[in-house]
Design a protein. Sequence first.
Length: 128
Amino acid sequence: MDYGMEMEEKMDEEIPFTKTLQKQNVISIDKGKSGAKVVLLEPRTYSEAQGVADHLKSKRAVVINLQRMPTDQALRIVDFLSGTVYAIGGDIQKLGIKTFICTPENVDIVGAISELLGDEEHSNIKRW
């Protein structure tokens, strides 16, 4: 019998598969989501922006209402939070007039809220 033929026959034989137990780093989805929180904030000054960023760094989504602060400071906060969510791989989306949701990378935003045409704030800044 040819050596090549013998090797081919051995390769055709069924080899029993034995599963070895290995330690796996698996986290249950239920456990990961059970501690998820959404923080609702209404800052009054730009100095409160760092506190919002701290929530995002702690993997908490934040809904931020900027209606009670001057427009110039609100713009600065949105710019700061845009940089924050970019740095942590998150997202920021507008929910309404001067109201935004900021999420860390572990939270996905699905869907969108459309704006009504002609429903603009009394300010001349279009993005608000």
